[in-house]
Design a protein around this ligand. Structure first.
Ligand SMILES: CC(C)(COP(=O)(O)OP(=O)(O)OC[C@H]1O[C@@H](n2cnc3c(N)ncnc32)[C@H](O)[C@@H]1OP(=O)(O)O)[C@@H](O)C(=O)NCCC(=O)NCCS
Length: 154
């Protein structure tokens, strides 16, 4: 993601997350927080159709634990494999960034609403498993998922 992508990505955020506010500020502050946050967009016909945010957790570490902080796709473009593509194509770039800072990827954590179909995506694309459920966290129950021992995996 670059500064020029922000307004289009903010439109995706606004449409994908109806309860979340100040889309532009949310994404701009994430982009500005590099390398704490690593932000990528999916483009089609030179337009942004989705984005993914990764976060380094608990300090910069030799063995990094990354959080898939947020992924979103324009409602009209969902169900076409764009989110899966965002995960598959950004993960090697995340690993490259970790390598540049002398780190390797240890685990990935991700959370989502217990009733969100994103859970299936995280299980199939990352091998993530539910390790905890937190009742009534944001708008409903939230599952915390973990993908262990990512070093060496594609
Ligand atoms: C979750 C989201 C990012 C998925 O994006 P997408 O581009 O539609 O996802 P994909 O087409 O790559 O689908 C990948 C997998 O997700 C699951 N999935 C996606 N849409 C689904 C649906 N409507 N019902 C059930 N499973 C679904 C499936 O497992 C699918 O794999 P499959 O097609 O091989 O069965 C998108 O629905 C979205 O932006 N939702 C709103 C924001 C959100 O909830 N983000 C996640 C929480 S941070």
């Amino acid at each position: 993601m670059q500064a020029a992508d922000l307004s289009a990505a903010a439109e995706v955020h606004q449409q994908a997350f109806i309860r979340q506010k100040q889309s532009l500020q949310w994404l701009e502050s994430s982009l500005n927080a590099f390398p704490r946050f690593l932000s990528f967009v999916a483009e089609e016909h030179a337009g942004v159709v989705g984005y993914i945010l990764w976060a380094q957790k608990s300090g910069f570490r030799d063995q990094a634990v990354m959080e898939l902080d947020q992924v979103a796709v324009f409602p009209a473009e969902q169900g076409r494999g764009i989110a899966r593509c965002l995960i598959y194509e950004s993960l090697p770039l995340v690993k490259q960034q970790l390598c540049r800072q002398g780190s390797t990827l240890k685990h990935i954590i991700v959370n989502t609403r217990a009733d969100n179909h994103a859970q299936r995506l995280y299980r199939s694309a990352l091998g993530a498993e539910v390790v905890a459920t937190i009742a009534d966290l944001y708008s409903a129950d939230e599952v915390l998922m973990l993908s262990r021992d990512m070093d060496g995996k594609a």
